[in-house]
Every structure is written in structure tokens, then in C-alpha cells.
Design a protein. Sequence first.
Length: 283
Amino acid sequence: MAEPQSNARLRADAGAPTSGVIHVRTRLTADFTVISNALAQRRGSAVTVGVAAYISSLPDGSSVTITALCEHFSEGEILISRALRELEGAGYLERRRERTSTGQVRTRTYFYDVPGGGFGDGPPEPPKTPRARKAPAGEEAPASPSEKPASLSDADPQAVAVLASLRRVDPRLVLSEQEAVRLAPAVGQWLAAGVDPSQVTALLTARLPDRFLSRPAGILAFRLRETPLPAPPPRPLVEGASRPVVLPFQTCDGCERAFRAPEPGHCRECRSRESGDRLRAAA
């Protein structure tokens, strides 16, 4: 005898939600990456979260340049670059220009599981440049590879004034003396390019995040480094320089077309036609 069957729907497991996602968990023992919920559930661009998750999964030493990321993702350079800027502004990513022991400058990228943390007091210090040896008598001392001013007194005073004024716009933008020394050369480049100090201040203080998860100097350094310098202003005309003469419009006496000439007459096409007629008549 067949067992009785019921058409009633199976009762949901106790405690399971009646709507929304239901996770089917699998314990992973290899090939997995741990990221914080604060990063995975970050509001905003899904591209930013995806780029962050991908960078977190890479081993140390992997290239995370815009070109390398574009080779992996289908998004273009604009979206990938914007994602990296958002991650740097939020404190998850930091790019440092460091000088090696041989004097070469390279860019190292640090990615934090927790914004601004993960190394205790910060990322490991770059290798120190060995002290230059004292040159023997009669020999020129080698030039120092560093272009950064040694102290705040050696920095461009106008650039220092711009950096000091930032706290009046946003009280959070308080910089230490060492940070101001590090940022002053980049600000000086903007000023040398003809950008007004008020414009530099507006660039550095516009659309800042509500919360700083790392030192504000990192955000300022990123903006100064990634924002392209403006084109130089057009050179003023030299007084007395001759301008090209613009001829007035005339109406052709033959075809009544408009053409430029100093005085009325025939256009070029009519003149060519008349010349041809005269040559044929002479032949």
C-alpha cells in the first residue's frame, strides 16, 4: 500500500528568515581572503569595494597600478582610478614615494585591513639613505639625492603659509612640522605653475570625507600628487605687435558669391574662368 502523500508546503527551518538572503556557509581552509565588514559593506561605488577585495587577495609584491588593475577588471581607467582615490581618501590605501639605498625613487603601495592601521605605528620605514662620505681635499662632495627641504625654515615660505592656512578652512587639517616639510615642495610646484594660493587651498579642502581614518597629510599628499598641474596661462600680447589683417567680405561681380578681398571685384573662381577663356580665345 502506497504511503500517503501531502501537498502541504514544507515548514521553514526554525529561525530561518522568511525573506532576504540566506547564507549557505562552507568552511574554507585554503584560497580565501578575510576582509572587514566595514569594507565589504562600504556604501558607495561597487567598483571601489571590488577593487579593495581584489587587492586584499593578492600576495605581497603584486602590481596594483591602474594598468595592472585594468587588465583584470572590465572597467576602464577612469573608474579604477576613482576607486583607488576613494580607498586612499578613506585610509585603506597609501602610496609612498621612497628613496632606496642606491638613491633611486620608487612608489610603494600599502593596503590596510583597517584604515590607517595594520603595522602598529604605521608602515615600515623606508630604507635609510647612507650618509654621504666626506670628500677628500680637492674633491667635490657628491650632491645630495634628496630634494626635500631639511627643515621648515628651508621650505618655500608661501607654500608653508598655504599649508598653515588649511586649518582655518577645516580644523582637522592640522599638520606636524615634518608633514609640512614633506608637503611644501608639491605646494610650491603648484604656486610656481601660476596657481593662486586660494585655489590651492580650495583644491586641498574641497569634498573631504566626513571622517579621517588616517592622518590628513596622506589625503593632502594624494591630492597634490594625483591632480594634474593646470596649463600655463596664455602669454600676453606684446605691445605694438602687429596683428594679422582680416580682409572684409566682398560680393563677386560675376557669381555674386561672398569672398574676402581688400576691394570689390571677382572671386578667385571667376578670375580663373576668365583667364581660361582668354587663353582659349588667344589660341
